[in-house]
Every structure is written in structure tokens, then in C-alpha cells.
Ligand binder design. Structure first.
Ligand code: ZN
Length: 381
């Protein structure tokens, strides 16, 4: 039989071989049971902080330190473990004070299923003044067996009072190519497919999930089809494409929703009405957060395709990131009068990202974006 520690941090080992120092540091902490009660993962977007946070959560929640196979590990991997909470700012200006109050209240409750609880707090730089102050005491002295994992790009953008209460873990910047190679190792899929997935999903872990999800890939195809049609599309075509993309983005949520409902139904008997209501609220928030990340993902698909076309228009001979749709890249490039068209089209994607973060409905954001891209393709100026 293999020694126990070989098994112990399998989720940590498998998840992010692009950050060996972080991986070894965390694996050692788990093995020696000397984990900190608050971590601050620092690194550029795409460095795999969120993947690492989920892997660490798995290692902390699993009784075998993250075996990757038990029910707890599977639940964490599917993001349905009730004792691992993920938080992101709920308003365009950052974390709401109400969000942080809910969190603090919840921290003191006993875990539902595991021996401990983990809170992943994304974009900690958006914890400002009042919301940050409310959190400080909890961060400093959380109840036993509660671990916080905060994520941020750099310590300079996070309030010093927060930084000083956490153990900082720096993530190095990894190149898209190194990320794609890591995804190839994890999935066994061809490198060119993995390059596309990294461009779309951002980090190796999310790219791996993207490649496993048929519905997320279908949402990408809906976006690519729409952009491919624009040069010859009338108004009704554009609107129906925007609708098709919206529906395709929502499709992956059906599975999340049915998992949520199944868990709720099963736990109904032994949870109080208050606890049930709280879980329902949380489920609703989770669906909203997932829908938003799906929207951002299809917008990343649009950006990646338009960049490929821009590269082609500029006459740079390199393999497109979206190698599987080279025909679409070629058509788009030939429709573009000059790189100005591509630049305007890319600006339309950025405008859509801003609109979505200001809570404009996705369908409207897609409509405006597609009309603007059509304009960039058909009447460049
Ligand atoms: Zn496990």
C-alpha cells in the first residue's frame, strides 16, 4: 500500500502543476496539519488562484486531505458542497456591506456536512472601507475549523488591514502557452484545443472544465455562429442570434439548478425552515454568479475570435487560437476592410463586458454588441 501522504493532497497535486511552489507549500501545510486560518492568494488573472483555492478547499474538507474521489471531494469539485462557500462582489462598486454581514453571521454556524468550513472570497481588492472593517475581526479570529481563502491581484490594491491578517501566497504569472500545456497534460486533448480553452476560460483549471462541458462549448459555438453571420445579417437575424446566445449561456445552469434542488429535497427533513430559506437564497445567488461567468466566457470567445481575425488582417502568419474554426477566422478577416474594423469590433466586446458588470440584461448586451460588430464589419470608418 502506498504511504498515506501520497494520497493526501491529490487534488492539490493534480490541479495546478503550473504553480509548483504554491502547490508544495500548501501540500506541506495540509500534511503537517498546520494550515493558516486565512490565506491571501495573490497573482495576475489567469495564474490559477481560483483553481488553487478550490483545490485547497477540497484538501481541507476531505477526510483524506483531498483524495479527489470521495463524496466530499466530488461535491467541492461540482461546487455544491454546503460547507465551501464562494463569494464575489455583488455590486458594480464592490462587496455590499449586507453581503459581508450575512457572511459573518454564517461563519459562526456549525458546518452542515464536513468537519470544517471554507470561504473563498474572490476579488478581495473590492472589499472596501465599511465592508472590510466588518470582516476584520472575523478574519483575525475565525471560529475553529473555518478557513478563509482571499484572492487578489496584488497586495498593493488590498487594504493593509486585510493583508496583515492573512498568510500571503504569491502566484507567478504563467504564459498562455504554459497554461495550455498544463491543460493538455490534464485532459490528453490536442494542444491547439487547449490553447483555445485557455483563451476562453482564463486559467488551466477553468479551461479543463470548459473542455468537459458540452453545453459551455455549445454556447461558444452560438457566439461564433452569430459573429460569422453578421456581415450578411439583417436586423431580425441579429436579434435572433442574440437570443440564441442568451439561451445557450443559460443551458449549463439547468444542471446546477437540478443538483441544487436534489440536495435541497434530500436535506429538507433535517433542516429548519430558516436554514432552508438561507440555502435557497444562496442557491439563487450562485445561479446569478454562474450565469454572469457564462456570459463573460462567451464574450471572451467573441474577443478571441476577433483577435484572430485582427492578426490575420495585419498579415501576421501565425496559427489562430481558434484553430477549429479557421474558416470563420478567414471569412471575418476578408470582411474586414482594415484592422480598424477589427479594433472597433473588439471595442464592442469590451463595451458589452462593461454593460454586463453594470447589470444590463445579457440579451440586450449581446444585441448591442452584435449590432456594433456588424457596423464595424460593414461600414468601417
Ligand atoms: Zn476526498
Amino acid at each position: 500500500m502506498a504511504p498515506a501522504h501520497d494520497n493526501r493532497s491529490r487534488s492539490l497535486l493534480a490541479q495546478f502543476d503550473t504553480q509548483p511552489r504554491v502547490r508544495d507549500f500548501l501540500a506541506r501545510a495540509i500534511e503537517t496539519q498546520r494550515t493558516s486560518h486565512a490565506y491571501l492568494f495573490l497573482g495576475a488573472p489567469g495564474s490559477g488562484k481560483l483553481d488553487a483555492a478550490w483545490a485547497l478547499a477540497q484538501a481541507l474538507i476531505c477526510e483524506q486531505g483531498g483524495c479527489g474521489a470521495c463524496e466530499a471531494c466530488v461535491r467541492v469539485a461540482r461546487r455544491t458542497h454546503p460547507d465551501v462557500r464562494y463569494l464575489a462582489p455583488e455590486s458594480a462598486t464592490g462587496y455590499l456591506i449586507a453581503q459581508v454581514r450575512d457572511l459573518i453571521e454564517e461563519v459562526s454556524l456549525a458546518p452542515v456536512r464536513a468537519n470544517g468550513k471554507v470561504y473563498i472570497i474572490d476579488r478581495a481588492d473590492q472589499l472596501r472601507a465599511s465592508s472590510a472593517n466588518a470582516l476584520l475581526k472575523t478574519l483575525e479570529e475565525p471560529p475553529a475549523n473555518v478557513t478563509f481563502i482571499l484572492l487578489g491581484t496584488s497586495a498593493d490594491t488590498i487594504l493593509p488591514t486585510i493583508v496583515s491578517r492573512c498568510q500571503c501566497v504569491p502566484f507567478r504569472l504563467i504564459s498562455p502557452e504554459a497554461a495550455a500545456q498544463a491543460v493538455t497534460r490534464a485532459t490528453g486533448l490536442p494542444l491547439e484545443r487547449c490553447r483555445m480553452a485557455v483563451a476562453v476560460a482564463g486559467s488551466p483549471g477553468r479551461a479543463t472544465e470548459f473542455l468537459k462541458s458540452a453545453s459551455r462549448q455549445e454556447a461558444r459555438r452560438a457566439m461564433l455562429r452569430a459573429i460569422d453571420s453578421l456581415a450578411h445579417a439583417d436586423e431580425a437575424d441579429v436579434l435572433s442570434h442574440a437570443k440564441a446566445i442568451t439561451l445557450a449561456v443559460k443551458a449549463p445552469l439547468a444542471e446546477v439548478k437540478s443538483t441544487q434542488e436534489a440536495i435541497l429535497k434530500r436535506d429538507e427533513e433535517y433542516l429548519s425552515r430558516g436554514a432552508l430559506k438561507q440555502i435557497e437564497e444562496r442557491n439563487k445567488r450562485e445561479l446569478t454568479a454562474r450565469e454572469r461567468s457564462g456570459i463573460m466566457e462567451v464574450l471572451a470567445c467573441a474577443r478571441s475570435l476577433l483577435r484572430d481575425a485582427l492578426v490575420r488582417v495585419e498579415g501576421i502568419s501565425s496559427e489562430p487560437v481558434n484553430a477549429d474554426v479557421e474558416d470563420i477566422v478567414g471569412r471575418l478577416a476578408s470582411e474586414m476592410a482594415s484592422s480598424v474594423s477589427a479594433v472597433h469590433a473588439l471595442e464592442a466586446v469590451e463595451a458589452a463586458e462593461r454593460a454586463v458588470s453594470r447589470n444590463v440584461t445579457p440579451q440586450l448586451a449581446f444585441e448591442v454588441m452584435l449590432f456594433d460588430i456588424r457596423k464595424a464589419l460593414t461600414c468601417p470608418s
